[in-house]
Design a protein around this ligand. Sequence first.
Ligand SMILES: Nc1ncnc2c1ncn2[C@@H]1O[C@H](COP(=O)(O)OP(=O)(O)O)[C@@H](O)[C@H]1O
Ligand code: SF4
Ligand SMILES: [Mg+2]
Length: 350
Amino acid sequence: MSTEQTEPHVPAQRTEEPDLSAAATASTRLLEVEDLKVHFPIRRGIVVERTVGHVQAVDGVGLGIDSGGTYGLVGESGCGKTTFGRAVLRLEEPTAGRVRLGGEEVTAMKGERLRRFRSRMQMVFQDPLGSLNPRHNVDMLLSEPLKVHGVGSKAERRKLAVETLDAVGLPKSVLERFPHEFSGGQRQRLGIARALMLRPDLIVCDEPVSALDVSIQAQVMNLLDELQDEFGLTYLVIAHDLAVVRHLSDRVGVMYLGKLVEEADSETIYERPRHPYTKALLSAVPQPDPEVEANRERIILKGDLPSPANPPSGCRFRTRCPWAEDICAEVEPEWREAAGGHKVACHFDL
Ligand SMILES: Nc1ncnc2c1ncn2[C@@H]1O[C@H](COP(=O)(O)OP(=O)(O)O)[C@@H](O)[C@H]1O
Ligand code: SF4
Ligand SMILES: [Mg+2]
């Protein structure tokens, strides 16, 4: 048994009184992120170091995830997805913005309170065992998070490890084995088991299946799906692969150069993408239906992702956007909401 679960969760403390409709929405929200920024300083100089600029890895991202829901965050490599996920969990110190979990402001927490709160949020990585001590067997790897949080006796931790292994489809016998003895899919099951050991509320899955063979990817995605119901989990799934996000998410956000450019329900974003960047990402995905595939409109993006240390003025996507006009260089498009909660940042209704 995780003692974390028996600890009373302090009820939400509100500093300002929102209107009733907002309060009704907030009650089912597990995670609320407001205008989050993570800027990394760029330092130069050998004798005296000085800051010559900032990498705007995440530059004002806001989103919410309902309890039990899954939010998929997509975008090409380098657009700030991992940094966003890490900042939500306070593994990266945000430059600005707020993160609330269950109504409590994580960004304001310090010391012991933050340490205890951290157990409610876990991360699953692309290669979750890669960064861990190769001389630790599975028993040690799974027990470690509980030890860090001072949860249970040795026997209790072992019992919980066996239960958790069972939940991810691995036998008790793997407890004595070592990370290098496992296949990619098994390693990811172990990574998920480790994240589950503290019975968290939120799991950030960062590229959870990117390192796996296609045939194994579906198994791991199905496992994540099953575990969500079994353990009442809320997921933030990060991936550059739209198919992965589509399979798992009910809400999808598309990120470009540190900002969200579009957000909608999963179905909507795939059927009616509005932002040119989303259209381009989707147009690059081959369709299984040969007729649809033959008529697929391909939008080829020119150039590379600009540097997040020096993003383009106005709309950050303008240097690669086939529809860009003069206004796009001058004015940053608003984050506006269209029908059905579909949000998009573009000057035009495409
Ligand atoms: N610790 C760091 N220091 C400086 N720059 C960083 C650091 N971590 C990430 N970055 C930069 O921030 C940007 C976003 O990176 P990342 O969040 O890893 O993107 P993604 O996960 O979408 O590939 C990249 O330009 C990356 O080089
Ligand atoms: S605002 Fe302009 S540059 Fe940006 S996505 Fe829309 S059309 Fe393209
Ligand atoms: Mg990443």
